[in-house]
Design a protein around this ligand. Sequence first.
Ligand code: NAD
Length: 495
Amino acid sequence: MENLQQTKNVDQLVLDYLNRDTKKLLINGKWVPSISGNTFESINPATEEVIATIFEGGKADIDLAVEAAQRAFERADWANITAHQREVYLHKIADLIAQNAQELALLETLDNGMSLSTSAWLVQGAIDTFRYYAGWPTKIYGKTNPTDGGSFNYTLREPLGVCGAIVPWNGPIQSVAWKIAPAIAFGNTIVVKPSSFTSLTCIRLGELIVESGLPAGVVNIVTGQGSVVGSALVEHSNVAKIAFTGSTPVGKGILKSTADTMKKVTLELGGKSANIIFPDADMDKAIAGALTGFTAGAGQGCVAGSRVFIHEKIYEEVSAKIIELANKVVVGPGTDPANGMGPITTKGQFEKIQTYFEIGIKDGATLAAGGERSSTKGYFLRPTVFTNVKNGMRLAQEEIFGPVVALIPFKDENDVVFQANDTEFGLAAMVWTKDINRAHQVAKAMKAGTVWINTLFELDPITPFGGYKQSGLGRELGAESIDAYTQIKSVVVRF
Ligand code: NAD
């Protein structure tokens, strides 16, 4: 993490922040209560205690936020801003996140539950994202096209207008940075709706954005429920684009709703990623990767390696090792660095995951580790391993979004490619082998947006990210994201 100097003790800073007031909405550069005055609570999943109260927005608040974003988009202080000035703002926001990184990481851990080291990694991801996009405003080129000699044709890349961002409760600060940074870099304005379960780091980021001096209304934040605030944003006729990260069912609903207003849409959705271990792999690394794959963030990651395919020759031995390591994981609050895995973020998700323990057993898989709560307070579950799983079982086909892994044997390369691709999802895959040819052949054959070879979860804003099949639509990050946040105008001049 970038170095930072904070004068006050971080715990005290976060406590002061949480106790200060009811968290407000950011509309047109001002922090305002919701029109209804309604509020909701944010819960620390490790203690089940309320840590903050937040104003709950509604359709009328979205209308105000979109209007502010529309006015900002047209106002000279944003519409006529130079690319260099946009670059300065993006760097300034990155600097402010870096200066407050420890505070943001602790806030994320208290709100989401994940370990402090994972939160710090996400905060660093947010800093990197703003820095990466700071390089873009000066590189938004059009083209000249070789039309006939009597005319001249060139293209301009222009911003879309008001973008709407809707993000989930896993990885909140990074998710929101992935949307705000490119929207600003490419000259748009944005209305952000964080998850109602984990709004706090987004709100704090909003404060830092205001501190950066970014013109009012360029970034607006409306907290509240997805079915109310999220859908109002999706249906709003002045919103030009929706950037959504969340579950596949909600993503499908959004795609349908945006048809009426013909919005641009990017969807980052669910996954059921295959983690493939060949017999020639560096076994210590592969096994450690298998464990991290389903326990990082308590398995609440879109790219979680929730299906581990193990070659049949080494299936028993590797399974035994994964079970042994899973049983050793210390589960407890993410604030204690001694704990290897934190709680599930929401009560609903905590309950949903437990239904899969029964489903797995009923379908004939063997529960080999976990399958139980690990304390009476807090949404803690033990890392759960199922062996003898068949790829057709619900355990292997449905996104559980928790610390549950299905260990599946395979015969050979063809078999594992077939099984790994035999899912409606296609977000990511991991391949562990020392055979360079096999590694690239399997990577090529995977129907997944990201393939990691002998590594996992390396996310760099330089690298485009998104899903094949029902894991998403379009790409975020990387050079490809210019398509997600701009549109092309052709200009034809006849001499
Ligand atoms: P979710 O779909 O329930 O909610 C995501 C966001 O959408 C939240 O802010 C929610 O309030 C909002 N929302 C809910 N209903 C809505 C509606 N009708 N209209 C508009 N907005 C609505 O997802 P979640 O449970 O918060 O997050 C977990 C899911 O997100 C998993 O499926 C995970 O795989 C996925 N995810 C995907 C990626 C990726 O990049 N592909 C990254 C992280 C998470």
